[in-house]
Design a protein around this ligand. Structure first.
Ligand code: GUN
Ligand code: ZN
Length: 438
């Protein structure tokens, strides 16, 4: 995989945190937590992690001194909508009204390639400024929006998975495609972008309600023909949506079954939300090796419901974390974790900081079958990294000073932190974001 060459070998001195395995949901002590304080992370000229070691490297490395700061793998946002930066924080609706009132009009503007290019640059720079170095992204129905997003991602060296949104019904005319045109666009985009550097194509039916059975079948054919493709969509997010999908597909056993019947339940499938699933659905997700992207700030903001992480885990379904901006209210994965903690607390599950951080790093990488590239601080992986301040402002600083052990310290950071804590973000060994002085 070609990566941008760094001018020199680089080394960063900080406190390193990552995971060597799955730490579980609520165990405070887990051998999967790898804490390497006061270590050097070495990066080669190709932007890959060379080694992690306690001793300083030689002066053939460009050295970056950040003792006392936290160095983690960049976060992976497994479900986010590029054009919806324009509607984040829109008042007063649940999912179906929200789409009609705010989202569809905003996405229609992306028919213009100039708008799409500017939006893609702003969006990816914002992801980096929030500490996310990889993402699974919805652009719009327009082929140009995918071109714009992949072009901007390539320029930044980011790991981005995306694809043209498929919508051939129940959407405004300006956002509707048709089966034949959509198939042509998808095939052209796959040929142009899938597997180019760090980019991968995701077949992207928006949700069951906006694709005809014929379009879902076409999506299934694409997946069957190209084994490395991803699938991204929404499932069982909101009760009115679930009832509508049941009316549209009376033959299906469940909302998830609509996708299964069309060949969309694969090991590279990312299903956003999955709040209103049952045990049979969860067992089918597990059998397929598909993942659920848990989007707590969106689920709270749109009043969609409370995702059952424990039930998913007990069924063996991988769960990653996602911002779902603009239904979600922040690109910050730290804020997303804090919201996720609260949602699970309502169901009696107290997620550890380990569970939350793992879901946004190694857990997501494994679920995306990208554990060989991202998610941990392991030699050979891409140097996609974030350097964090433990505390910003007097309250967090005081809380940090009083923390007695590592989990307490990390949990306070997860709960109180956000993008203001991010000092630098590195992608493939290149520093792509540096905070201005506060
Ligand atoms: N379901 C279909 N489209 C969308 C979307 O854009 N956002 C969310 N949260 N749910 C959806
Ligand atoms: Zn979404």
């Amino acid at each position: 995989m070609p990566a941008p060459a760094t001018a020199r070998k680089t080394a960063i001195h900080a406190d390193l945190l990552d995971f060597t395995g799955d730490p579980g949901l609520d165990a405070l002590h887990s051998p999967a937590v790898r804490w390497r304080p006061d270590h050097w992370l070495l990066i080669d000229e190709q932007g890959r992690i060379l080694a992690v070691q306690p001793q300083a490297p030689g002066d053939d490395f460009e050295q970056h001194e950040h003792r006392g700061r936290l160095l983690m793998p960049g976060f992976i946002d497994t479900h986010v909508h590029c054009p919806q930066i324009d509607v984040i924080g829109s008042w007063g609706t649940q999912l179906l009204d929200w789409l009609e009132t705010y989202t569809f009009p905003a996405e229609a503007a992306h028919a213009d390639p100039v708008v799409a290019a500017a939006a893609s640059a702003l969006f990816l720079d914002a992801l980096l400024a929030h500490g996310s170095t990889a993402a699974v992204v919805f652009p719009t129905v327009h082929r140009g929006s995918v071109e714009a997003l992949f072009t901007a991602a390539q320029a930044r060296g980011m790991r981005v998975i995306s694809g043209k949104v498929l919508m051939d019904r129940h959407a405004p005319a300006a956002l509707r495609d048709d089966v034949a045109g959509a198939e042509r666009d998808c095939r052209a985009l796959i040929a142009r972008w899938h597997g180019q550097g760090r980019l991968a194509y995701a077949v992207t039916p928006r949700f069951a309600a906006t694709s005809s059975p014929e379009q879902l079948a076409m999506a299934g054919r694409l997946l069957a023909e190209h084994p490395g493709l991803y699938l991204q969509t929404h499932v069982a997010e909101n009760p009115a949506e679930v009832a509508w999908v049941a009316q549209l597909f009376p033959e299906a056993r469940s909302y998830l079954d609509v996708y299964a019947r069309h060949g969309l339940l694969t090991e590279r499938a990312v299903f956003a939300h999955g709040i209103w699933l049952d045990d049979t659905d969860r067992s089918h997700l597990h059998d397929a090796g598909a993942q659920i992207a848990f989007c707590p700030s969106s689920n709270l903001f749109l009043g969609s419901g409370l995702f059952g992480w424990r039930a998913a885990r007990e069924a063996g379904v991988a769960v990653s974390l996602a911002s779902d901006v603009g239904g979600g209210t922040s690109l910050s994965m730290l804020r997303t974790m804090a919201e996720g903690y609260k949602v699970q607390a309502l169901a009696g599950t107290r997620l550890t900081a380990w569970a939350l951080l793992h879901a946004a790093t190694r857990g997501a990488a494994q679920a995306l079958r990208l554990g060989h590239e991202i998610g941990t601080l392991e030699a050979g992986l891409m140097a996609d990294l974030c350097l964090w301040d433990w505390a910003v402002g007097p309250v967090a600083t005081r809380r940090h000073a009083l923390a007695r052990e590592l989990h307490e310290q990390v949990f306070a950071w997860v709960t109180l932190g956000d993008e203001r804590n991010l000092l630098e973000c590195w992608v493939g060994g290149q520093r792509r974001h540096a905070r201005h002085s506060p």
